[in-house]
Design a binder for this molecule. Structure first.
Ligand SMILES: Cc1cc2nc3c(=O)[nH]c(=O)nc-3n(C[C@H](O)[C@H](O)[C@H](O)COP(=O)(O)O)c2cc1C
Length: 268
């Protein structure tokens, strides 16, 4: 190291230990060293975090598709699922193998891969032009469709997966695998007890319009429209409203509506 760098260091080290300038210099050097270590660790761990997030997403897709089995490795269970990229504007599946690595959150931030929303019930501001979708087939016939959905809760963007029957209108399951709502209140949005009630609910009406409602309180059993309503989260109406609005968006014309309307013709 050159003398121009070392000279000030030597000068500081030569100061008596109780000199405030030496205390300050040592504290600054320590801060610098720690920040380098923290930054290097954060950067170094990023690929590992991305790999873990991808694995976690696969686990959630398998679970919401009803394919999880403790005796079957995740890679094998996920192997039964076809990951495809969907062009939301046209509602058609895009050919190519980019689907498995497609990051819709990055796409939503990129003006070249997303569109700004004027009508934005989900509170997401921009919608990616393409989204990954997951198809489960039994033989050639479609059995389950898993669609990523996300939208604003009270405190956070809630990311989830909606499993649909092949009719494209009936829910088979729902999960929220990422949210930061208040523990014990809004975070109940991710509780199996609350999510369980979604299976069998009618999400889309005869004219292709989203009809699912998250009501305040409980759904009246036996009411004629009980099939398109779910109980709200108690003490968390704002989070519940967020779920209803993200459903309205993603099942509507700007979301998966065009795709779901032409499901009948979906073949390999
Ligand atoms: C500390 C704190 C945290 C809260 N967290 C949430 C939340 O995560 N989700 C939510 O909808 N409401 C939350 N609320 C309550 C809302 O402010 C609001 O009162 C509530 O959504 C109304 O729901 P209710 O009509 O079912 O009581 C929180 C309130 C407080 C004081």
């Amino acid at each position: 190291m050159s003398d121009t760098v070392l000279a000030p260091v030597r000068a500081v080290l030569a100061l008596p230990n109780d000199d405030p300038r030496k205390t300050l210099a040592v504290a600054l050097a320590l801060c610098l060293a720690c920040s380098v270590v923290v930054s290097a660790t954060a950067v170094g761990l990023r690929p590992l975090q991305a790999r873990n997030a991808a694995l976690e997403l696969k686990r959630e897709v398998v679970k919401v598709a009803g394919l999880d089995d403790p005796g079957v490795p995740l890679s094998q269970a996920f192997g039964h699922i076809e990951t495809r990229l969907l062009d939301l504007e046209t509602g058609t599946l895009v050919d190519g193998d980019a689907a498995s690595t497609f990051a819709y959150r990055d796409a939503a931030r990129d003006p070249g891969q997303s569109k700004a929303l004027e009508d934005d019930p989900a509170g997401i501001r921009r919608r990616p032009n393409r989204m990954p979708v997951y198809l489960v087939r039994d033989g050639g016939a479609l059995e389950t469709i898993v669609l990523p959905v996300y939208g604003q809760g009270l405190w956070s963007t809630m990311h989830g997966l909606l499993a649909l029957a092949p009719d494209g209108r009936t829910a088979k399951g729902l999960t929220f695998y990422e949210q930061r709502e208040t523990a014990g209140l809004g975070s109940e949005v991710a509780s199996p007890r609350w999510l369980r009630q979604w299976a069998g609910k009618t999400l889309i009406g005869p004219a292709g319009e989203p009809v699912i409602e998250v009501v305040k309180g409980s759904v009246q059993p036996g009411a004629p429209d009980a099939g398109r309503k779910v109980d709200g989260l108690s003490g968390a109406t704002l989070t519940s409203n967020g779920v209803e609005r993200l459903m309205e968006f993603w099942l509507g014309a700007q979301g998966y509506g065009p795709f779901l309307a032409r499901l009948d013709g979906l073949s390999r």
